[in-house]
Design a protein around this ligand. Structure first.
Ligand SMILES: Nc1ncnc2c1ncn2[C@@H]1O[C@H](COP(=O)(O)OP(=O)(O)OP(=O)(O)O)[C@@H](O)[C@H]1O
Ligand SMILES: [Mg+2]
Length: 269
């Protein structure tokens, strides 16, 4: 079974999508088979990874959720990307309507689990990465119910993102009462700039704060890199854009760190 990882933080713009698309590409380049599930109706992951955008009318997460209960699964919605080892389940804005109609039904929290239950097509993947929207709604609940791990990106200088983290940790705790395998893999510091002393001080403060609470902070910090924005504008991962940029080097290091953590955990199990 793959290691299933939700990238989540209800704060917007912290680097969730950036982490998912670049981590997926990096893991794929290291030879792992990766499935990205775009659980965000904004569909930012989709717009970067899915090369034929029209395909999302035929294959999408929301289509899987809307299928008759006995027919639905996740893997049949997977589309190829420019990385042979990476597939994506796209999403569309229609997912917002689904969230409304599914409110107060079991699918508003158990929909992904239902789709994954007998889905043997998922077994070919080493990792499933789930991108989530900046809220604490049905998509986030569904993603966490399916996941083994959560990763929380936080920009190094964003006090509001830090303030909001307690809420996300409470949600994790709630979901853990129903999904006992879920654990917080770690906090990922993003958009770091070592030239600004406020970032340097804040990074140290954040690391010692979380360490004192027993929460892992990834050794890899993602530096602020304008080429990440440039890559997004061209609808590319940073590796497709230019693998020599330090945004690519940071995500490559993160992929190695995460693969090691998951492999260690699998041995322990
Ligand atoms: N390391 C980085 N260096 C420079 N810019 C970055 C970096 N990481 C993310 N960004 C930029 O910050 C913005 C927000 O990033 P991203 O879309 O990944 O965040 P998000 O958490 O997925 O947002 P949302 O909550 O809206 O889904 C984007 O414009 C992205 O290009
Ligand atoms: Mg996003």
């Amino acid at each position: 079974m793959p290691g299933i990882i939700t990238i989540g933080n209800q704060k917007g713009g912290v680097g969730k999508t950036t982490t998912v698309v670049n981590l997926a590409d990096a893991l794929g380049r290291d030879g792992y088979r990766v499935l990205v599930i775009d659980a965000d109706p904004q569909a930012n992951c989709t717009s970067i990874l899915l090369k034929e955008i029209g395909l999302r009318e035929q294959f999408s997460l929301v289509k899987a959720l809307e299928a008759p209960i006995e027919d639905g699964n996740l893997s049949s919605m997977a589309c190829t990307t420019s990385n042979d080892n990476v597939d994506v389940i796209p999403n569309t804005i229609r997912c917002m309507l689904w969230e409304r109609t599914a409110a107060n039904t079991p699918d508003s929290i158990l929909g992904f689990l239902r789709l994954a239950k007998h889905d043997t097509g998922l077994n070919k993947y080493d990792f499933v990465l789930i991108d989530t929207p900046p809220n604490i709604g049905a998509m986030v609940n569904n993603a966490l119910m399916l996941s083994d791990y959560a990763i929380v990106p936080i920009p190094t200088s964003d006090q509001f993102a830090l303030d909001g983290l307690a809420t996300f940790l409470r949600i994790l705790q709630n979901i853990r009462s129903q999904n006992g395998k879920l654990r917080l893999m770690g906090v990922l510091l993003t958009k770091y700039d070592s030239r600004a002393s406020v970032y340097v001080k804040n990074r140290e403060r954040i690391i010692s704060f979380f360490s004192s609470k027993g929460i892992y902070v990834f050794k890899t910090t993602i530096r602020h890199n304008v080429d990440i924005d440039r890559a997004h504008m061209k609808r590319k991962t940073i590796f497709e854009f230019d693998p020599a940029k330090y945004g690519a080097k940071d995500h490559a290091a993160l992929a190695k760190e995460i693969a090691q953590i998951v492999e260690k955990e699998n041995v322990r199990k």
